[in-house]
Design a protein around this ligand. Structure first.
Ligand code: ZN
Length: 152
């Protein structure tokens, strides 16, 4: 295993053990919400987002699932806070291409910690675990907040 893979694995384990932004937003703080479920693995999550116009100023999640899904949600919340919904959609496209098609971005450093999931594409069963939080976020910020997001 390469050094960067080891580093990535440590990052995922750390975020699984101590997920960041693992809480709910108060109702008056919450601009949009969506629930996600990955029946294939049993991962579930509830996502709260606070928007200021089109910028994500706060984001929080709760749920239970495997290490990949929890770490992905945790790192996602860190990565998107402060970004506009348009910037988040661009980031999602890059992340999605990386895990589903192993399409590596020209500038890996633009992904920051999200690069930790670059090897997930080698494990097809784990791809849905890694993308669940993102699909849920896309639904939440598109305003279809009443829908349950499922990866199936
Ligand atoms: Zn999973």
């Amino acid at each position: 295993m390469s050094e960067s893979n080891e580093l990535y694995q440590e990052l995922i384990l750390d975020h699984n053990k101590r997920p960041r932004n693992f809480r709910r937003l108060a109702a008056e703080e919450c601009s949009c919400h969506a629930d996600g479920r990955n029946p294939l693995c049993g991962d579930t999550l509830a996502l709260d987002v606070k928007l200021d116009h089109d910028r994500i100023v706060d984001i929080a999640f709760e749920g239970s699932g495997c290490a990949i899904s929890t770490a992905s949600a945790s790192i996602m919340t860190e990565s998107v806070k402060g970004k506009t919904t348009q910037q988040v959609k661009v980031l999602f496209d890059i992340f999605h291409g990386m895990v589903t098609e192993q399409r590596m971005p020209d500038e890996m450093e633009s992904l920051g910690k999200l690069a930790a999931f670059s090897a997930v594409g080698e494990y097809p069963a784990r791809v849905k675990c890694a993308t669940l939080a993102w699909h849920t976020l896309m639904v939440a910020i598109s305003g279809q907040s009443s829908e349950l997001v499922t990866t199936e």
